[in-house]
Design a protein around this ligand. Structure first.
Ligand SMILES: NC(=O)C1=CN([C@@H]2O[C@H](COP(=O)(O)OP(=O)(O)OC[C@H]3O[C@@H](n4cnc5c(N)ncnc54)[C@H](OP(=O)(O)O)[C@@H]3O)[C@@H](O)[C@H]2O)C=CC1
Ligand SMILES: CC[C@](O)(C(C)=O)C(=O)O
Ligand SMILES: [Mg+2]
Ligand SMILES: [Mg+2]
Length: 341
């Protein structure tokens, strides 16, 4: 069994009295900044002028340019979009890092794929929550937390791992459990999970189910409830009590259908395609494609994003969710702004 660190295993003294620059105030950034502040740390937020800057100021933070925030911090957590990190790092972060500082990431992508090459005289580690930033904040406020991975890439102070653990505790990760990993393992498993299972796998499964039912003449509203809305209710049971716990709550008819029909949908062929996806991640093919897509100003990303917004499941879903205000917990204003915080 891997060693899992909980609050009681972690001494946060190493981070006390240090200034933490949280660079970016989106999904992860706002959660890290607020959780660290609530844990008693001195936080400065690094941004460019715009929505996020205004929001961070409204939330009571000292907000500075990325360069100024980096210059005054001991620990610099980079929570910019992955594709923007190399440029901002080169122009604003790298010139302002000082010997013995800690350069931190929530995802290993840029370091692992050599898009960011840190100087030799700083600690470099990751603290990667295994969940969306909004849940990192919400669960923290509920006295719970989202599990996190830590990984040390470079340890010049001899305290990189201790500092990573203290940071993970500060954002609430050690309430759920913190595991040690490497940049390679975090990057490859995170990319695989989001592509094949959590995001790509699930959205494709949900859409295929919805399309199968509506193309067969069933009402879109029924198909929406069946294939999307109920997904959360079923996943909640798996989250709380595993597959067996979920199967305990469903009917025996559903459980029999799960056993005999599930493997007809996801089978050895599917697993082979998952292996192909993992291979593209491991060889760097996926990263290369994503970097190129961004260099070209995201033509394919934008086209697919636009098309997906108009999928019939989104049209019917919008109407149905409007009748269920309880499903949306965040205030409206947090949804319409461009930053995801
Ligand atoms: N989303 C998630 O839950 C998870 C994300 N991660 C990782 O965390 C990191 C951050 O991702 P995420 O939180 O999704 O990012 P978001 O897109 O939600 O937020 C990005 C933030 O960066 C700011 N920003 C963008 N460009 C610049 C710039 N040139 N200069 C200064 N600020 C800028 C944005 O501000 P503005 O309003 O100005 O655009 C915004 O505040 C990534 O490495 C990601 O892989 C890891 C685990 C989960
Ligand atoms: C599952 C997507 C994720 O990896 C995450 C929320 O953990 C991301 O990159 O946003
Ligand atoms: Mg992830
Ligand atoms: Mg990810």
């Amino acid at each position: 069994m891997a060693k899992v660190y909980y609050n009681g295993d972690i001494n946060e003294e190493v981070l006390k009295g240090k200034k933490v620059a949280v660079v970016g105030y989106g999904s992860q950034g706002h959660a890290h900044a607020k959780n660290l502040r609530d844990s008693g740390y001195d936080v400065v937020v690094g941004l460019r002028p715009g929505n996020s800057w205004d929001r961070a100021e409204e939330d009571g933070f000292s907000v500075k340019s990325v360069a100024d925030a980096t210059a005054e911090a001991d620990v610099v957590m980079v929570l910019l979009p992955d594709e923007r990190q190399p440029e901002v790092y080169e122009q604003e972060i790298k010139p302002n890092l000082q010997m013995g500082n800690a350069l931190v990431f929530a995802h290993g992508f840029n370091v692992h794929f050599n898009q960011v090459v840190p100087p030799k005289d700083v600690d470099v580690f990751l603290v990667a929550p295994k969940g969306p930033g909004h849940l990192v904040r919400r669960t923290f406020e509920e006295d719970a937390g989202v599990p996190a991975l830590i990984g040390v890439y470079q340890d010049v102070t001899g305290k990189a791992k201790e500092t990573a653990l203290a940071y993970a505790k500060g954002i609430g990760g050690a309430r759920a459990g913190v595991l040690e990993t490497t940049f390679k393992e975090e990057t490859e498993t995170d990319l695989f999970g989001e592509q094949a299972v959590l995001c790509g796998g699930v959205t494709s499964l949900v859409k295929a189910g919805f399309e199968t039912l509506t193309e067969a003449g069933y009402q879109p509203e029924v198909a929406y409830f069946e294939c999307l809305h109920e997904m959360k209710l079923i996943v909640d049971l798996m989250y709380e009590e595993g597959l067996a716990g979920m199967r305990y709550s469903i009917s025996d008819t559903a459980q029999w259908g799960d056993f005999v029909s599930g493997p007809r949908v996801v089978n050895e062929d599917t697993k082979q395609r998952m292996k192909d996806i993992l291979d593209d991640i491991q060889t760097g093919k996926f990263a290369k494609g994503w970097i190129l897509e961004n260099k070209l100003n995201r033509p394919e990303f934008s086209a697919i994003n636009e098309r997906e917004k108009h999928h019939p499941i989104e049209v019917v879903g919008k109407e149905l969710r409007a009748m269920m205000p309880f499903v949306k917990r965040q205030p409206k204003k947090e949804v319409v702004t461009s930053a995801k915080n």
